[in-house]
Design a protein around this ligand. Structure first.
Ligand code: HMG
Ligand code: MG
Length: 302
């Protein structure tokens, strides 16, 4: 399999990036972030999640954020929906895509969504049916595909099992997530191979948190397998409330720098993306986690 000539990034900063922020981020800031991301050429943006506001207070303004976005044609806006209640709420916001999220680890499933893997699949099945009947694309996220904060290493067989369940209920695409960023390239490749037993190469993506600085290497090995879709987060924002110590996703700017440097097209304007990262970092009062953004920003100032 040759390296793809074009890659699609799904920007998850507004959702995965911000969900773990302790201080409430005003709705207007979230909307402005989405506007800046789409202006930078991102065509897939994971905007928010329809989960319990008691569990994840930062996403409580989901409807207001969705309503406040000036939607561009050609941009797809996705939201997380863990159950029918979340899906019903999301429906009024007219997402282009919904995301159901399960875990390859039993313990993480319990901590994150308060049910077993099997129960989560039972809950998703009617959500998937309803979404597809409404013409909404269904993506699945598979957490802890290489390691779990509670169970340690996760075997590829567990990933294959979960991918099979996702495929069985009609999920159209799955993301292979290294939720806590412990993966290294060969382990990630095995998790991806396990997923490819059930999904086509065009229906899988990588979702790599960068806790141990391995996310770019993990992205590269997936590119070498022909994977051409990745979730990334502007300024490397984020972390999961149920994965203590895990840092954000790989920074979108770093991935774009990698891809453009390899001659791979993304349709993204790196300068505008850096501005979007600077905007949210300034708001949060800390410097960006993107090495490429830092370097290019300093170069600009010089
Ligand atoms: P539960 O408590 O088991 O649900 O939560 P329940 O059905 O027993 O309901 C209890 C209460 O929650 C009720 O309210 C429901 O109305 C409410 P009460 O009567 O007590 O006032 N409720 C809801 N409210 C709003 N929206 C809903 C909803 N469902 C029930 N959809 C639930 C189950 C899944 C809702 C809960 O566990 C939850 O919200 N968990 C948060 C999960 C989450 O957002 N995690 C982070 C995102 S996943 C992630 O980051 C990983 C990913 O990036 C990939 C990776 O890196 O691995 C995708
Ligand atoms: Mg994540």
């Amino acid at each position: 399999m040759s390296i793809p000539s074009r890659v699609k990034l799904v920007e998850v900063g507004p959702r995965d990036g911000l969900q773990n922020e302790k201080t409430p981020v005003p709705t207007a800031i979230k909307i402005e972030l989405v506007h800046r991301l789409q202006a930078a050429g991102l065509t897939e943006i994971e905007v928010t999640s329809f989960v319990s506001p008691k569990w994840v207070p930062q996403m409580a303004d989901n409807l207001d954020v969705m309503a406040g976005i000036n939607r561009l044609q050609g941009v797809r806006y996705s939201v997380l929906t863990p159950n029918l209640q979340g899906f019903a709420a999301a429906l009024t916001a007219k997402p282009d895509e919904i995301v159901v999220f399960a875990s390859a680890s039993e313990a993480f499933s319990q901590k994150n969504i308060n049910c077993s893997i099997a129960e989560s699949i039972e809950r998703f099945a009617p959500v998937v049916d309803a979404a597809r009947a409404a013409g909404i694309y269904v993506r699945g996220a598979m957490s802890c595909t290489v390691g779990c904060p509670y169970e340690g290493d996760i075997a590829p067989e567990r990933v294959s099992y979960l991918a099979g369940l996702m495929q069985g209920i009609g999920v159209q695409h799955v993301g292979v997530a290294d939720t806590i960023g412990v993966g290294t390239p060969l382990k990630v490749r095995r998790a991806m191979e396990a997923t490819l037993k059930h999904f086509d190469i065009n229906d899988v993506s990588g979702h790599f948190h960068d806790t141990y600085g391995q996310a770019l290497a993990n992205t590269l090995i997936c590119l070498q397998m022909g994977v051409w879709q990745f979730d990334t987060s502007v300024a490397g924002l984020g972390g999961c409330p149920y994965a203590k110590g895990a840092t954000g996703n790989v920074a979108s700017e770093d991935v774009v720098y990698l891809l453009h440097g390899m001659g791979i097209k993304t349709g993204i304007d790196l300068d505008l993306l850096i501005d979007a990262g600077q905007f949210i970092s300034d708001f949060l009062g800390r410097s960006t986690n993107s090495r490429a953004a830092k370097a290019l920003f300093n170069k600009r100032q010089a």
